[in-house]
Structure formats: structure tokens, C-alpha cells
Design a protein around this ligand. Sequence first.
Ligand SMILES: Nc1nc2c(c(=O)[nH]1)N[C@H]1C(S)=C(S)[C@@H](COP(=O)(O)O)O[C@H]1N2
Ligand SMILES: [Mo]
Length: 474
Amino acid sequence: MCLAAPYQLEATFHAVGMSPPPPALAESAPPATGRRDPLEESEFGFPAGVWRSLTRLRPSGARRARTWRSPLRGPWLTSVLGAVLLVSLPLVTITGLLSYIAYGPQFGQAFPREVGWLRLPPFEWPTSPAWLYVLNQGTHVILGLVLIPVVLAKLWSVVPKLFEWPPARSPAKLLERLSLLLLVGGVLFEIVTGVLNIQYDYVFGFSFYTAHYYGAWVFIAGFVVHVAVKLPHMVTALRSRSLRSELRTSRSATRPEPLDSTGLVAAEPAAPTMGRRGALGLVGAGSLLLGVLSIGQVVGGPVRRTALLLPRGRTPGSGPNDFQVNRTAAAARIDPGETGEEWRLVLRSPTGRRRFSRRELLAMPQHTATLPIACVEGWATTQRWSGVRLRDLAELAGNPVPGWARVSSVETIGAFRAATLQANQVLDPDALLALRVNGVDLSMDHGYPARVIVPALPGVHNTKWVRDIEFGSD
Ligand SMILES: Nc1nc2c(c(=O)[nH]1)N[C@H]1C(S)=C(S)[C@@H](COP(=O)(O)O)O[C@H]1N2
Ligand SMILES: [Mo]
């Protein structure tokens, strides 16, 4: 229940040296502000009897809503934060859904596998530009992190509304407020699961992908209703003040927005502890800091060390193999006996089966391509790979124009030990079974004896320690 919250907040006010209104004031009649007080007013919308009992059921904490006294709260500030989220949250959402499609739901390898009528239209994920998935996941993860302060500020700006009583003045309002539950619950759930996933492996008792996917749809439903209901109010509120002059207004010159029916403006505003410029600056600085602490994972080079918020892959090798490793050979329990002299690559197609040693593969025409590996978690690393073209291997297998290729590895544990590639991902001239990187043999951790590297492919499908490729036609 939220009833305890206002009291805790009162304690917070004391802790930060602000004084809540004296109890006598809070319990006395509201000052003559012209604002409608729902407690003293009968309303249409609900039948009078329902309204009266709702009012009577008012929890004692509800009136404490008047302890929310920041003079900054108001429709303008809420709308500025709302406008930022209106343009940016759809980007985070769409890149997330695109990533689901990039995983190849048509092969049953996007999680969750079965999503019923929430199925997205699958399309062939392109192989060009090669950095497409770096851009997609960099945007999804880094923008998602950067928006956390904005989301929190937006929630802070509307928090008095959570304590309004009765919670809705009409059935339509009640529905609108229920949609807020989806919106706020959805966005917080996506933030928490997303952040935990880039920080740790498997901290959930459930599949991260499944939770994050359905959570996204809950958020989308709440977001669409909220935007439809609030957009006209947002536009009006944005026009009520000029951003430029707010950014020029000092703390001492800051005045509350005029009282209105939104319930956002404090009836008894306290003196400002910062101006709107300061508040927006604080949120902006928080976002900037999160961006600076994340961007290195995509940029790479020495800047990678600044990526404190995306800590995966800090176990690189040495020399030319000294770059990001997410999952080491030891972690994947790769048996060294399986990747030594005895190792053979098995190529299969409807017409037969062939085996090649690593020496034989190295004797074939070698191709070199500078390509990124981009993980769903937002990090990326670009290296110079060389090896045999996948389309040459398809031809050797006897299926030069395959419909798909199923790549399996020596690994026996782990969800990512095998992957299916689309036709375009096999036939791209830069799609490789890489044997070497940056001029030397792959290290064990980077997938020796051979790994898949395909432009714009989600990192997860760049299978390491490859043993078997089946080129299929159906
Ligand atoms: N056999 C196998 N290949 C794999 C994986 C794995 O767990 N097993 N991990 C994948 C993932 S999730 C990524 S992002 C890329 C790059 O991971 P790396 O940094 O561990 O090389 O390898 C992919 N190839
Ligand atoms: Mo990954």
C-alpha cells in the first residue's frame, strides 16, 4: 500500500532540511486558491452514492498529498520531460523489437519462441551496413540507460497525483489511471530487468528475454493510451512557458506555475531550492554521465575502459587476440581434446557430407573482412577476421544456394552453442568461417579452431568452436 509513503517522505523532507507544512495547516481548510478540492466536491461521472462512499473511504494519508510542496512541479515541467520521453522511448522500444526480429524468429531462435498474437512480422535481417546491429543495440541499451534520470524525474513530477483521493472522478478516469499502472509498471520493469541483464548473467528465476519481451508489450499498451489521452494537454502546457526564458531564470526568480486543475501544482508551494533550469540541468547531467559511462563499449579502443556500466567481457586475451571475450572456453567447458589435431569441420547438405581438417581449410582461398561483433547487451568490438567464405563452404557441401545454414559447435552446454543463419547471411561475400583474427590464429577464447563472423549478425549467432555446418534448402 502507498499509505505509508507520505509519512516516509515527510521524514525525507526533514532529512534534506525542508519543512513539511505543520499538521494544523494540513488539517485546516485549504487556502482560497480557486483550485477544486475533490474532497469537498460532489462530481458527476460516478453516481452520487459511489462518490460519497469513495470519499468516506479516503485513507488518512491521502490528505498528506499537500506535503508535496516543490514549486517546480506543474504541467509545463511535466510536459518538457514528457516530450523528451515521447520521442526517445519509442526508439528504445523499436530497437528492442527489431533485435527480436534480428534473432530470427522464423527459425524459432528468438526468445520467447511462441508469442501468439504478439508475433512480429518477420523479415530477412540485412547484412548491410555491417554496423547495423551495433547501431541497433547501442541505441537500445545506451539510450535506455541515458533515459533513466528522465523517467525518474517525470515520475517525481507527477507523484502528488498518486495520492489523489478518490483515485478517479469518473469511470473513464479510472480506466486512464489503470493504464498508468501499465505504463509506470512497464517502464520500471523494463529498466530493472534490462540493467540487471547487462550487469549479470542469469540473476532471474525466469528467462530475461521472455520477461523483457512481454514487459515491453505491457509498457507499449500503457504508453499508447497515455499519449492518446495526454498529448493535447502536453502541447498546451509546452506553449504556456518558453523553454528559453526558463533556462535564463535563476533560482530566486523561480515562481510556481499557476494553480490549475491538473493537480500537479502545489497548493502551498515551498520556496525553491533550485530553479527549473537547475532541475533540468540535474537530469541532463545525470543522463550525460550515464552516457559517458556506457559509450566506450561501442567505441572500443582505450575508451572501452570508461564503460563502467557495461562491464561484460573484461577477460580479453593477449596480443592480436586482446579484445572483448564474453564467454571463455573454460566457461563453455570446451574440451581441448576436441579442438586439437583431431578436429574436423563437417559440412552437410541434402546431397552428402564432407569433412575438412583445419590445414585443409587454411589451404582454401582466404578472405579478410573487418567486421564488428555486436552483442544484444550493447557492447561491440570490431576486428580484422580472415577465413573461408561461408558461400564457398556451401558450394563445397553441394548446396551452392542454400535456404539456410545450421551451425553447431563443439560446446555441449549453453543456449548459444548452435545457431541458424538466413540465406543472405550465408551468401554475403564477407560472411566467414573465420580461422584467424588480426593476422594470427584465433585464441581458444575467441573460438579456435573456427568461428562464424557475418556482417550485421547479432553477436549471439557468431558461433565459436564450430564443428558442423548443415546447408539446407527448404
Ligand atoms: N559456442 C558458442 N558461441 C558463442 C557463444 C556461446 O556461448 N557459445 N556466445 C555468443 C555471444 S552471446 C556473443 S555476443 C559472441 C561474442 O562473444 P565472445 O565475446 O564471448 O566471443 O559469441 C557468440 N558465440
Ligand atoms: Mo551476446
